[in-house]
Design a protein around this ligand. Structure first.
Ligand code: LLP
Length: 425
């Protein structure tokens, strides 16, 4: 890499001279000060990803609800709350985090197929904006819980448009055969049912077809299917106040070329306008596209282990820190924080966890030595939020960089932290 070379699609992560930086902070210095594995996020990168959506919605009534499952660290929620975002949550735990981070409960939408009565109660008591209901059975329970509190629960039905998002099967959610949403053909009767229940107030419709979508066609198709339903439901006498198009926009992991959020929304708004819905209240639930390319995970090379069939580069981050390769065969670029010269070798980059599935990258050409620090890129989404303590490994520390400032936003977990809630009999 030459001087001041930004990584593709990641303008806030760049080599200055021979040092990889996040904004103005040299990553080698952060690794020295805080140890590894270490997640480092760029605030500017998050805000610039958000700005693309905000530009896309300029002049419209739109609420961006950050899907916080992508990265639910409090300081990151705070960044989005301060920037005006609401939140898409999927548990009472996530709701507690929103409140702890200063988020506005009225801008919270609650998704998920398995909300418990306790979670419904908690959400009704703090006055969340909307429940995205995923089954008829859930409608009945929610109505009952709301009546018990003397309230009406605002609901939107998550409809399943049966559109193929052309992504990994584990992260595709809008097809028949997925557990999510209410089938398109059952939606009208579900709306009639919702409108008849005394504890509910129908406010919207929503869909979410999958994640890491890199093409606009599935969105355009899903929008058509959802708008057909809005027309049907409204002509049956149930008004739909807001339309929520979910999240799912992909990022560049390995040369992927998803549409930019503003360009995607220009296309979608053209369709909405053409069909006469452009002035409705719009909602979206982006997760990965707001944070994914704003973060890296720093990891130190522990050992190089050459072999007959494979060379292994054993690092101190593992599948408990970066679960996506093991779970989805996901690709994350791996680059040196301080590049070396020379030829290098092809390595499998693996962690210390006792599983063959514990790999971070396969067949990577690297020039490395023990003690070097590598940066695993595109690690802002679905890494720390999916991290575990497997092998009694404490979770990594997290840093939020804001220009020349590096804030420690989560301390490294000690071994003691990992068993602090346990007791001997
Ligand atoms: N809304 C709902 C209802 C969702 O289920 C999701 C993600 C989102 C919004 C946000 O989607 P995004 O904009 O982040 O694509 N762990 C997987 C991704 C799982 C996504 C689950 N739902 C991964 O690492 O690829």
């Amino acid at each position: 890499m030459t001087a001041n070379t930004a990584l593709p699609g990641q303008p806030h992560i760049a080599y200055a001279g021979d040092q990889l930086h996040v904004e103005a902070m040299a990553l080698s210095q952060l690794a020295r000060e805080h140890g590894t594995p270490l997640f480092v996020y760029s605030k500017a990168a998050m805000l610039s990803a958000l700005a693309a959506y905000q530009r896309g919605f300029a002049g419209r009534q739109a609420q961006i609800c950050y899907a916080m499952k992508a990265n639910s660290s409090l300081a990151i929620l705070q960044v989005f709350a301060e920037a005006g975002c609401g939140f898409d949550i999927v548990s009472g735990g996530e709701l507690a985090r929103v409140l702890a981070a200063g988020g506005d409960p009225a801008k919270v939408i609650f998704s998920g197929v398995g909300k418990t009565r306790a979670e419904m109660k908690q959400a009704l008591q703090v006055g969340i904006g909307c429940f995205n209901v995923e089954s008829e059975a859930e409608l009945d329970v929610l109505s009952e819980v709301a009546m018990g509190l003397g309230k009406k629960a605002p609901v939107s039905l998550r409809v399943n448009p049966n559109v193929d998002p052309k992504t990994h099967p584990y992260i595709s959610t809008g097809l028949k055969g997925n557990k999510f949403g209410i089938a398109h053909e059952d939606a009208l009767s579900a709306y009639r049912h919702a409108a008849s229940l005394p504890g509910l107030k129908v406010v919207g419709i929503d869909c979410h077809i999958g994640s890491q979508i890199t093409d606009s066609t599935p969105y355009l198709d899903a929008m058509d299917r959802v708008l057909d339903l809005v027309a049907e439901v409204e002509s049956a006498g149930v008004p739909i106040h807001h339309i929520d198009f979910g999240g799912g926009l992909g990022i560049n992991y390995n040369g992927d070329t998803p549409p930019q959020a503003d360009a995607l929304w220009a296309q979608l708004l053209t369709k909405l306008d053409a069909r006469g819905y452009g002035q409705r209240q719009l909602m979206i639930e982006p997760g990965r596209s707001l944070v994914g390319n704003a973060g890296v995970c720093l990891t130190e090379v522990l050992y190089l282990k050459p072999g007959e069939q494979k060379n292994f580069c054993i690092v101190d981050a593992a599948m408990n820190d970066l679960p996506r390769p093991a779970m989805y065969q996901a690709f994350h670029q791996i680059v040196p924080v301080t590049p070396r010269t020379g030829d290098g070798l092809v390595y499998d980059v693996v962690g210390p966890v006792c599983e063959s599935g514990d790999w971070i990258g396969r067949d990577r050409q690297l020039r490395v030595a023990a003690g070097d620090v590598l940066a695993v890129l595109s690690a802002g989404a679905y890494c720390m939020s999916m991290a575990s303590n497997y092998n009694t490994r404490g979770r990594a520390a997290e840093i939020l960089v804001d220009g020349t400032k590096a804030h420690l936003i989560r301390q490294r977990e000690s071994a003691f932290d990992t068993f602090a809630l346990e007791q001997l009999v």
